[in-house]
Design a protein around this ligand. Sequence first.
Ligand SMILES: *[C@@H]1O[C@H](CO)[C@@H](O)[C@H](O)[C@H]1NC(C)=O
Ligand SMILES: *[C@@H]1O[C@H](CO)[C@@H](O)[C@H](O)[C@H]1NC(C)=O
Length: 256
Amino acid sequence: MTKMKMFNQSLCVLIALLLSYCNGAVDIEKYLKVCARNSPDVNDCLVDAVQYGISVMAAGIKDLGVPPVDPYVQKELRLEYKNNQVKVKMDNRDIIVAGLKASTVRDARLRADEDSFHLEVDMYTPAVNLSGKYEGGGSYNALNITARGTYHTEMTDLVYTWKLDGKPETINNDVYIRIKSFYMRPDVSNMNVQLTNDAPESKELTALGVRLVNENWKILYRELLPFAMHNWNKIGTKVANKIFLKVPYNQLFPNN
Ligand SMILES: *[C@@H]1O[C@H](CO)[C@@H](O)[C@H](O)[C@H]1NC(C)=O
Ligand SMILES: *[C@@H]1O[C@H](CO)[C@@H](O)[C@H](O)[C@H]1NC(C)=O
């Protein structure tokens, strides 16, 4: 190889490197399928794109700072609940949520224009397990109980819709979508809760408590949904923006 040719090749490599560096370009097509936002098939495209996205995001996307979503690990969640005579305060730690990657994306609907972005994705997840450590207390009238230990919850047949709302935002001359809210409210057809309790003062009540929880899980689930939804909104918005604020709108949803 001549010196000149070698020099030209090196120069090419260098320019290529610099260009991608200057763009701050993340090669998103390595991770995500993109959908043309004005195509008549955009919704079908999105079904495949989200399905593929879930399989990739399960283990996380390091380049984009997306955390692994299946299993999803949450360090901590505090819960305070009050309803008439019932009061509960609970600290949850090392929460692990498993099952998302076996989901089926059933449908998707995109509504986007110059100043708003709205995406709905219909989901089905066959089974989700939720486990972690808890420590807390509850009272019912004068009765006051504290407990601590671990829990393992299995849920099956989850049907839900993700709703993402966002707004275009210009950052360094590129337009991105900033997701402002993430909504979901899963219907669950079965739930089974198991928990251990290491607190000596309430240990003998554990079996009764577990039975009551399992017999009344529907009521309990409904009562706890507002906390869960608030938590999902925070997590979903954060995770979505790892993608939406890193990949310009025109790259994520090309306009043709
Ligand atoms: C949930 O846990 C059960 C047993 O505890 C296990 O058989 C099942 O595979 C788990 N499912 C998921 C989605 O992790
Ligand atoms: C239960 O009683 C303890 C003190 O005995 C108190 O610190 C705790 O806040 C009470 N828990 C609830 C939920 O009222």
